[in-house]
Design a protein around this ligand. Structure first.
Ligand SMILES: [Cu+2]
Length: 494
């Protein structure tokens, strides 16, 4: 009971207001009518018994209805509150209360109508990335259509003959960097060969967010929050598959960086791009796929290796959360706050001189703002066990028991080693928050796992049948319940 109580406290004490926050901005979900939530599930069953719906963990699915001979969807562009991880709520822009927006799934050949309402404070336009449709439906503002004004609406309608992993996004560049993108799956008329048992899509995004600031700096060139479907590890929801399932993962990237996405324990083949299915002759073995900006990549494999396997971007900085200067010590320096280059240079604004000059070049558009380029030398955390315990006792939601409370593993002479510390305190036992991110998909993970999950990172959980069924049953139990995981017991605490 203690575990459960802690979990509820964490969820409702710290998280309740936060979890409810998106509603302030969200449009009513029943925009397309009641009882339609499951209708999208029907999309893939018409031609093949083995085609499966695409799961987008942590991102909602968009319901639709038939109207005037077309599948009709309703998207509302609007500001949203997105919880990147417990307690980290940021102001993004997205669709229907979510950033990234909800997932659209249709069949090849479908007639599709998408009503786009603009609830943003400025004009927007919706682009259907890679769609071979009439130009007046392309969503290029100023050339194919007038931008949709604040409060305005544009109805897009087209017939889709393509198949593959696609996405929609605002065609205002900076709105893209505020989160305005969503997955758009076109299922092929006939299931791909070989068919898969599980199909997942993940959108890769990145944001530059200063400490204590909930609004991303979309002008920045470096990013300290990296997300899978709007969540940073350990808040990402693991992908659950049964041992020996054939699995497809679809990655979509719209940001300022290319992301090498790496899967542990398995070898996959790249079966598709943002342009659709690739011929089998191109399928070579890989375990990392570079998903370039504006690209998509489909990979497939047989999940024949049981275990909880990491999937993550392999850029080292993209496996971190909140990497930024420690602001506190700057306010205590004897010389006042060292500012390095100014805010303007840090944000990429140039008033004099030139961009590649020696004094400006290294920092222009690459700073995190005032004070980020110089800082007091300081470890990322306490350097002794008593200090660690003291500071952790004051942190809400941190775990204080068992292996979670292990003393920092630091050599006695650590401070004499050049370069220390690198990672000793940003990851590890001190950062574990298993209970704060508890959910059915995390059931049975090794205690303390969450201390080592950051940034663009999640698990592929290849589960033997019994465990798979258990996790699925827990997930089913939780559906429609506001209270997550009632009565769940952690197997390691049993
Ligand atoms: Cu990356």
């Amino acid at each position: 009971m203690k575990n459960r109580r802690d979990f509820l406290r964490n969820t409702f004490g710290l998280g309740a207001g936060l979890a409810a926050a998106p509603r302030l901005f969200a449009a009513p979900r029943q925009a397309s009518g009641e009882g339609l939530d499951m209708e999208y599930m029907g999309h893939a069953r018409q031609s093949s018994g083995r085609m499966v719906s695409v799961e987008t963990p942590d991102a909602p699915q968009l319901p639709w209805r038939m109207a005037d001979g077309a599948k009709e969807f309703h998207l509302i562009a609007e500001p949203v509150k997105q919880e990147l991880m417990p307690g980290k709520i940021v102001n993004l822009w997205g669709y229907n209360g979510s950033a990234p927006g909800p997932t659209i799934q249709v069949n090849q050949g479908d007639r599709v109508r998408i009503i786009v309402d603009n609830h943003l404070p400025e004009p927007t336009s919706m682009h259907w990335h890679g769609f071979e449709i009439p130009v007046d439906m392309d969503g290029a503002p100023g050339s194919s259509q007038d931008p949709i004004p604040p409060g305005g609406r544009f109805v897009y309608e087209f017939t889709l003959h393509q198949a593959g992993t696609f996405f929609y996004h605002s065609h205002m560049a900076m709105q893209e960097m505020m989160g305005m993108i969503g997955t758009f799956i076109m299922h092929p008329k006939r299931a791909y060969d070989p068919p898969v048992d599980k199909d997942f899509a993940i959108i890769l995004q990145e944001f530059a967010i200063l400490p204590n600031n909930p609004i991303p700096n979309s002008m920045n060139m470096e990013f300290n929050w990296l997300t899978f479907n709007g969540k940073a590890g350990p808040a990402t929801t693991p992908l659950i598959v049964r041992l020996n399932d054939r699995v497809r993962l679809r990655f979509i990237n719209l940001g300022m960086d290319h992301h090498p996405i790496h899967l542990h324990g398995h070898t996959f083949v790249v079966t598709g791009t943002e342009g659709g299915r690739q011929p089998k002759t191109t399928w070579g073995p890989k375990n990392t796929v570079l998903v370039g900006v504006a690209e998509a990549a489909d990979v497939e494999f047989v999940a024949n290796n049981p275990g909880d396997w990491m999937i993550h971007c392999h850029l080292p900085h993209h496996m971190m959360n909140q990497m930024s200067s420690v602001v506190g010590p700057m306010t205590r320096g004897s010389n006042g706050m060292p500012a390095g280059l100014g805010m303007e240079e840090g944000m990429g604004i140039l008033r004099e001189g030139h961009a590649t000059s020696e004094d400006k070049g290294p920092s222009l558009g690459r700073g995190m703002g005032v004070g980020s380029t110089r800082d007091q030398t300081l470890g990322n955390g306490p350097l002794s066990a008593p200090q660690a315990k003291h500071s952790m006792d004051n942190m809400p939601g941190m775990q204080h028991e068992g292996m979670q409370m292990a003393a920092p593993e630091v050599a006695k002479d650590a401070n004499s080693v050049p370069g220390f510390p690198q990672d000793a305190f940003m990851e590890g036992p001190a950062m574990a928050m298993d209970k704060m991110v508890e959910k059915p998909e995390n059931y049975g993970l090794r205690p303390g796992w969450s201390g080592f999950m950051q940034g663009m990172m999640t698990f592929l959980r290849v589960l033997p049948p019994e465990m798979y069924d258990k996790v699925m049953a827990l997930r089913e139990q939780q559906k429609g319940k506001p209270e997550p995981m009632p009565g769940m017991e952690h197997p390691h605490h049993g």
